[in-house]
Design a protein around this ligand. Sequence first.
Ligand code: MG
Length: 249
Amino acid sequence: MISLKNSSEIKKMSEACKISAQALKVAKDFIKPGVSTKEIDEVIRKFIISTGAKPNFLGLYGFPGSACISVNNTVIHGIPSKEIILKDGDIVSIDTGAMINGFNGDNAYTFAVGEISDEAKQLLRVTEECLYRAIEQAKVGNRMGDIAYACQSHAESYGYGVVKKYVGHGIGRKLHEDPEVPNFGTPGRGVRLAAGMTLAIEPMINIKGEEVKTLSDGWTVVTASGSLSAHFEHTILITEDGPKILTKA
Ligand code: MG
């Protein structure tokens, strides 16, 4: 069931989204070669708790971190670890979420560590463009397929692989609500979009191939080809006047 949020619910949810976005900002300032993903996770956890919110990923389905931190060929759900040390030239996707007032926020960004290759720079740019092109389509009267196609067509115009196994989602009182928000689809098809819908739109794009596999830890999702992968996400609200990004710091 898709829940439409009223204005008082949106107000509460906006706070959760703002904290989620600030957590990414805090993480960004901490990223440098030599830092472990566990240390980044600690900084995020402490920040979120300092605001009175709760890191909503921690313990969800048993996830051990406060953030998902995914380096290079890891697509999503990277477990923060002391053993994973960032180095110059890496890309690192950080996915943070906070819950406060009974509502959730969720967002992700892929950062460059030091100086990265032109190939990696293009992947980051295009994946972020996919996110914004998808958001542009999140308007009353459109359908989910319009969001999905905007993402897919842009990524595929560069020969990139759009991950299909994992998708975005509705968000609100629960981190994962209906409807699913795929990054691939057909314009004019799928769920009709309405004002009051709150969606986490999150392109996951691989340089080579759409196939992914999960490592033996049961969480870490990597590209099957071994190529780099990027992930950008915003929580947005559909209004009568168009999409509004809620995860702004
Ligand atoms: Mg999400």
